[in-house]
Ligand binder design. Structure first.
Ligand SMILES: COc1cccc(COC(=O)c2cn[nH]c2)c1
Length: 244
């Protein structure tokens, strides 16, 4: 997979060279290219923002530098186009399902917005030749899209074959299988500072362990994410309907 990231702080993305993503990059599974948006400005101050039409506080990122940056990263006449991801609080939610979808893409480009955002015409114009997704990584506001890109890239890269050591561990984690949160996990020692590992996990009875883990997943999901429990209940309910 090729990844291009355009930002006014490309050094922020240096973290992509570390750990999992770094390993994937070295092994050729990921081909990461970082670009400084200011490369496509020509005034003395390398200006990338201006005041918003319609008034209001803050600044908006100018369309021109972005248009030229995207032309350079993904030439219109090129043999193929990337899928453009724009992290923004106004985006649709990033989910594990969307991570799997993005993991199948051969080429992703990320536009890191700052200030109050990017002139809306940039995404509209890009959509004339590439798929554009405005994506939110959570209901809060960051100063820029760079941190969101790190989140999205890590969630996607670890799904690429060969990136993560044990693919089996992908199956059991939260948000990846039955729609419930993951059960609590334990390791040695069996008793630690007065806290003991639940006996069932030391029993060697795989059926009891599986039941305990499922019950813990349901309990945790009910406690922390009733929204997910409702969705899971409906899905399980439908399955029961199918059985009848
Ligand atoms: C493109 O326009 C903007 C405007 C403002 C901030 C940002 C950075 O992204 C976020 O803040 C974010 C992403 N998911 N959740 C929060 C982008």
């Amino acid at each position: 997979m090729r990844l291009d990231v355009v930002s006014i702080f490309p050094e922020y993305l240096a973290a992509l060279d570390l750990s999992l993503v770094g390993k994937a990059a070295k092994s050729g599974l990921l081909d990461v290219h970082l670009h400084d948006l200011r490369e496509w400005t020509y005034d003395r101050h390398r200006t990338v923002d201006d005041t918003p039409y319609g008034g209001g506080a803050g600044m908006v990122m100018k369309p021109d530098p972005w248009g030229e940056a995207l032309d350079a990263v993904a030439p219109a006449a090129g043999p193929s186009q990337p899928r453009l991801i724009v992290p923004t609080p106004a985006g649709r939610p990033f989910t594990q399902e969307l991570a799997y979808e993005l993991a199948d893409e051969p080429w992703l480009a990320f536009a890191c917005g700052r200030y109050e955002g990017i002139d809306a015409r940039v995404a509209a114009h890009a959509a004339e030749r590439m798929r554009v997704d405005e994506i939110s990584v959570g209901d809060y506001v960051l100063n820029g899209g760079e941190v969101a890109v790190l989140v999205i890239v890590e969630a996607v890269a670890r799904l690429l074959p060969g990136v993560i050591g044990n693919p089996a561990s992908l199956a059991e984690e939260s948000h990846s299988g039955d729609g419930l949160l993951e059960y609590p996990v334990y390791t040695k020692p069996p008793s630690w500072r007065g806290h003991d590992v639940p006996d069932v996990l030391l029993s060697g009875n795989h059926k009891l362990v599986a039941e305990w883990r499922h019950d813990e997943s349901v309990r945790r999901t009910a406690e922390r994410r009733p929204d997910l429990l409702a969705a899971w209940g409906a899905a399980v309910g439908h399955k029961a309907d199918e059985v009848e």
